[in-house]
Design a protein around this ligand. Structure first.
Ligand code: NAD
Length: 420
């Protein structure tokens, strides 16, 4: 029986497992077991009917060891401090795997954004920004989009921060609209990174994209871009799902068409997609679909001890953060299923966020092909480093990715020993 899922406990277990396997002494990594700072805020919002509702918000800075803290902001009804702590720790690991000069952070507001009007959401975003203002800034902690937040949200955070400072500060967030300092290529960057990683894996294993069938759970920013870009590489995307359920077509779905359908009207979900010869499936069915490659791109804890034994895909590329529980991971390993871990597979977003921040600091703009070229270089290099550790040490890709990150973090700690 699986114990009650706690994202942070899950994250710590993996971190400790990797540190022990790599032979580090506890003193060398103990600071990574604790977030540097946790801030919990109350976010009052005047609702459209004149009443006041107070939402709980968080910002956690896990580590600033390798550079300013970096991590997204999520709006979700189930968010809590434990989830945000885990997401912040994963950001530290991700930035270290990708070898970009950042630490890790994350933020959230416990809210179901679908229940708020546009005006209410704007006021929520601005007040949350004001409440976390002491922590954020281009030199210390830089938010970005995550679940249920987007470029528009980032624009509002940037504007609120700038208004309170008295001058425009584009570098306080990444993932902004291009018109106000966002980077070309950022909106698809996480999905593109997932595609690059999946293609690298297929290359290593001698798999042909045309003969590869995939299922993607989650059709938001990350899942839809990853599915589209993989389809453009020739991979057959047989199943897609979102919070409403999924669609399936054994011959492969027309992902661009599905994307256009969803984007055409606010509030459209995959359950509404009745064009073409698609079969409607549940999220459980999607995870257990008869495909080669499974890409979870929704939320944490989707592959659990309950369903890990039923997964038919031989390869999993984790586009979401923390989609696999520790118990499920052990089952997948035992079944010989290769998992490309989140901290490697979805690093494309933070890599292009880094490019955006660099462009903001230098007040210049890169061409999209330059962004994509540098993204590919960094993703391929990180993949190769992890693959090498995996083969040399005979460990899973997850352990290898953590070992790669830990080596950089522990070396950094050596040069920045405990103060005072
Ligand atoms: P999003 O809000 O754009 O999309 C989330 C998608 O998941 C939506 O399609 C939603 O309907 C679906 N979903 C929600 N609950 C579901 C459920 N129970 N079953 C199936 N589908 C469900 O969010 P996103 O930005 O695409 O983020 C998705 C994942 O990727 C998260 O784990 C996030 O932390 C991670 N991630 C995002 C970025 C980024 O740049 N946005 C970067 C790295 C990692």
């Amino acid at each position: 029986m699986e114990k009650k899922y706690n994202a942070y406990e899950n994250a710590l277990e993996v971190l400790r497992g990797a540190a022990e396997q790599a032979g580090y002494k506890h003193d060398e990594y103990v600071t990574l077991e604790y977030p540097e700072r946790e801030l919990k805020v109350s976010v009052p919002v005047v609702m459209d009917d004149g009443s006041v509702q107070v939402f709980e918000g968080y910002r956690v800075q896990h580590s600033s060891l390798r550079g300013p803290c970096k991590g997204g902001i999520r709006f979700h009804k189930d968010s809590d401090i434990e989830e945000v702590k885990a997401l912040a720790l994963w950001m530290t690991m991700k930035c270290a795997v990708a070898n970009i000069p950042y630490g890790g952070a994350k933020g959230a507001v416990k809210v179901d954004p679908a229940k708020l009007s546009r005006g209410e959401l704007q006021r929520l975003t601005r007040r949350y920004t004001a409440m976390v203002l002491p922590l954020i800034g281009p030199e210390k902690d830089i938010p970005a989009p995550d679940v249920n937040t987007n470029a528009e949200t980032m624009g509002l955070i940037m504007d609120t921060y700038s208004m309170l400072k008295g001058y425009t500060v584009p570098g306080v967030v990444t993932g902004k609209p291009v018109e106000i300092g966002g980077s070309l290529g950022r909106s698809e960057a996480t999905g593109r990174g997932v595609m690059i990683t999946a293609m690298q894996l297929m290359k290593k294993l001698g798999m042909q994209p045309e003969n590869t069938r995939a299922a993607v759970q989650g059709f938001g920013n990350v899942g839809s871009a990853a599915a589209d870009l993989l389809a453009k590489q020739g991979v057959k995307i047989c199943a897609l799902s979102d919070v409403s359920g999924g669609i399936y077509c054994a011959d492969g779905l027309d992902v661009s068409k599905v994307r256009a359908f969803i984007a055409a009207e606010k509030g459209r979900f995959l359950k509404d997609y009745t064009i073409d010869d698609v079969r409607h499936i549940t999220n459980e069915e999607l995870l257990e679909a008869d495909v080669d490659l499974l890409i979870p791109a929704a939320l944490e804890n989707q592959i659990t001890a309950e369903n890990a034994g039923k997964i038919r895909a031989k390869y999993i590329v984790e586009a979401a953060n923390g989609p696999t529980s520790v118990e499920a991971d052990a089952i997948l390993t035992q079944r010989g299923i290769t998992v490309v871990p989140d901290i490697l597979a979805n690093a494309g977003g933070v890599v292009v966020s880094y490019f955006e921040w660099v462009q903001n600091i230098q007040s210049l703009m890169w061409e999209e092909k330059e962004v994509n070229r540098h993204l590919k270089e960094i993703m391929v290099r990180a993949f190769e480093e992890v693959w090498t550790i995996c083969k040399e040490k005979q460990v899973t890709m997850r352990m290898a990715a953590y070992m790669s990150a830990l080596k950089r973090l522990i070396t950094a700690k050596h040069f920045r020993p405990i103060f005072p």
